[in-house]
Design a protein around this ligand. Sequence first.
Ligand code: KG4
Ligand code: ZN
Length: 350
Amino acid sequence: MNILGIETSCDETAVAVVADDDGRPVIRVNLVQSQLAEHAPYGGVVPEIAARAHLDHLDRLIRAALDEANLGFADLDGIAASAGPGLIGGLIVGTMAAKGIAWAAQKPFVAVNHLEAHALTARLTDGIEFPYLLLLISGGHSQLLACEGIGRYRQLGTTLDDAAGEAFDKSAKLLGLPQPGGPAIAAAAQRGDPRRFALPRPLQGREGCDLSFSGLKTAVRQAAGTVDPDDEQAVADLAAAVEFTICDHLADRTARAVRWFRDRYPRGTSLVAAGGVAANARLRTWLGALAEEHGLRFVVPPPALCTDNGAMIAWAGLERLLLGLADPLDAPVRPRWPLDPDATGPKVPR
Ligand code: KG4
Ligand code: ZN
């Protein structure tokens, strides 16, 4: 089976082909065109610019991916596209391209939930079985989810305000560091002392697995106001404190989720981290130790598959097609599309 995957939900235009080679998944090609340069002058992603950039890049990327995999449309067994959640303009560009190919080549179409694609990536890379606990932390999302099966997720916690990646990105801006902020803060933090600035740990002692970053942002703004931007050591020290505090908060909330998950899912085997923030080395070390302490395997897909990519969309499409879960060509895009339909928002699991 060869599945084409198209990702256009935010600011990466990405196309991949994933094949099922006798039950063994193979990423045949995985192309990502970042729009960082297009959005850089505005200090954040501009939805209209993103949609136009997807339109500019997508056809060429699809052509290049198929050429590289040495496939034509007729050789595909399905076309999957991110149909939400995300920026509506980009979602429309990607799904319309996918539907057009599916219609012309008479192949099944799959409307993939972008969050499910992040959630299933560890099955592509490490073949892990359900159920598992997922910490999904990106520029747009921060959630803890019990993954029970394809289409079956239980939300244990979500952010009350900003996403974890946003916390890194906004802090970097306050410190005069470049975007994306996560890698910039991590690099500066290596030369810094996290104890010089005392930042408050969010939701200290609070029940449940929800996350929050807005109070931290205020504290970083205040601390940054006392720092001379030319004082490299002070910037590094504050970056180290930011990284330490975000990782500490994520590890604390994940620890609560792990205990809950261990009680509810005795057959659960793994703790999985996904999304761009999972690329953070300090966080990986801490979560690895946490998983080990609770007898869970810790799985993090490689960085290129943690950040937005087409392979995860193709893989989610493949998993769904194997279960007969194709979608009609009038399937809508869904700018909001929670993985757990029963989750009304932040809540405390009992
Ligand atoms: O998953 P992703 O590529 O895109 C979204 O769907 O949002 O995540 C991007 C986010 C950005 O906020 C970026 O600053 C963060 O992931 N990030 C990191 C690291 N690498 C990327 N955050 C912390 N440490 C990193 N090494
Ligand atoms: Zn994402």
